[in-house]
Ligand binder design. Structure first.
Ligand SMILES: Cc1cc2nc3c(=O)[nH]c(=O)nc-3n(C[C@H](O)[C@H](O)[C@H](O)COP(=O)(O)O)c2cc1C
Length: 168
């Protein structure tokens, strides 16, 4: 697992002629649905896209998802916020955990991925609602571009001991 974490990068250039199979997409979504969530509310749904015109539509409506031009697939994580009873307000954390599981499973399948944020930017939420028929109370949370990597960027993450308070 630590190798997967170390090897994960945001990939923004993909081999456009290499498809992502439905089996691979289902492995990614299985990983997503194994994520922890507050009180096991699992406040998520997923839109799995491999259609070229729809991937191009994402490039059009998201200002920083240009990598979908070469991606062979994308997953939109759709949040379903808890409206009544506890626990309310945890859906960004729950959907974030599901998203990270997709990114790590992608590495394990030899794929690359890039998390592109939608929520909480209203100017990004609105066009995704319209293009993908996502109605209240559902919220488009993020879109993940997926494909076979055509770049190998350097790691941008690093260990910073100064960020840790040890209580021993
Ligand atoms: C909440 C969130 C939103 C992000 N949105 C975008 C985005 O819109 N476009 C993009 O190219 N990368 C996006 N990223 C990827 C970050 O830029 C990337 O994770 C960061 O630069 C570290 O690089 P690494 O993922 O390769 O470690 C996003 C990441 C997160 C966690």
């Amino acid at each position: 697992m630590s190798e997967l974490i170390e090897n994960r990068r945001s990939i923004r250039k993909f081999k456009a002629d290499k498809p992502v199979t439905k089996e691979q997409i289902n492995s990614l979504l299985k990983a997503a649905m194994l994520a922890p969530s507050a009180c096991n509310t699992r406040p998520w749904e997923f839109i799995a896209i491999t259609k070229r015109e729809t991937l191009d539509e994402i490039v059009r409506i998201h200002p920083y998802a240009g990598m979908c031009k070469t991606a062979s697939a994308a997953v939109i994580v759709v949040a379903i916020p808890q409206e009544k009873d506890l626990p309310q307000g945890y859906f960004p954390q729950d959907c974030g955990a599901a998203t990270e599981n997709i990114l790590l499973e992608a590495v394990s399948l030899g794929l690359g991925a890039c998390w592109c944020g939608i929520y909480p930017k209203e100017e990004r939420i609105a066009p995704f609602r319209e293009s993908f028929n996502i109605h209240e109370p559902r919220i488009p949370f993020c879109v993940i571009a997926i494909g076979v990597p055509d770049e190998a960027p350097e790691s941008r993450g690093f260990f910073e001991e100064a960020k840790i308070t040890y209580i021993e």
